[in-house]
Design a protein around this ligand. Sequence first.
Ligand code: F6R
Length: 361
Amino acid sequence: QKGGYDTFMEKEIHEQPYVIHETLRMYMDHTQIKIDELDKMDWHFEDFNRVYFIGCGTAYHACLYAQYLFDKWLNIPSFCMPASEFRYGDPKLDKKSLCILVSQSGETADTLAALKMAKEKGSKSIAITNVLGSTISRLADVTLYTCAGPEIAVASTKAYTTQLVLLCVLMIQLAQKMNCSILDVDSLLQDLQNMDVHVEKILSQKELIKDFSSLLKNKKDAYFIGRQLDYVSVLEGALKLKEISYIHADAYYAGELKHGPIALIEKGSVVIALAMQENVAEKTLSNIEETMARGAHVILITSMQKVSSDYDHVFKIDNIHPYLSLIPVTIVLQLIAYYAALQNECDVDKPRNLAKSVTVE
Ligand code: F6R
């Protein structure tokens, strides 16, 4: 059942090259994106005046990513909210709003309640889910499926990365339909198609990642920092670490450190820093130096070619489109959390207090 792996989580992490490939195969025909489900609808995307991305936990992080892309490429104001906030927050919803809901299980109570509320107000909806026939797929106007296959481990891994892939594909398709130009679309599509190879490359370096994660041994806290899209990845990395290893982890915008959180950094603190977004990487490096000056041990994950030898733990990632780099980064962060949890002798597949699908409010 575990296919030769020790745990379901380990198996699911290793399935990512395949399931990413499968998800792309479903919605791409060679280099052309083709989401037939959208063509069947009688809506015009130009008619929407706002888009909401809604989900919980890891799925919410996928929504943050999607909102970022939407903001860059499409001319519709877009918003992102955890479902548990959205449904009580009196959002502006009407016929001109589109709600895009993301849920691996398709059964999360808050996400379903958000969808029902949107429908009652006349809004249109697209569900992104991993489970055929799930409740969300029966309620939404359109359902798009990730091809992650069953995710047994409680912590989401392959469902998340396939959500990122599908959301990216969806954004490109909508941009094309709305005649919005996307910078570097060819390189984006090419990197998407090679994503399985990029992910394989990360998996082949798991011993190095395991070695880095030993920094977390006997630690009670970890600090994740990043800017722009790297911030989405640090949120997900911190969530994964806390849920399976029980190490307290927080994620910060790197530039926000000096506005408070740096007070927590002391000798021996562990900082996991991402510098994947070229335009702000140097800025993040200077934030990292501020933590090192206070005695922090830093794991730096970056695609920068030249990195000073002052950093002890540098994990290099191939330079791919900045809007896609969070996929390989996420795999590194999943593995850090995984090995940290094993060191703490945690049951990675069934972390305490958590259920695979949160069907209560
Ligand atoms: C974290 C995790 C949870 C889920 C959340 C939403 O690893 O698995 O945060 O992402 O409970 O679940 P779905 O996507 O099924 O709605």
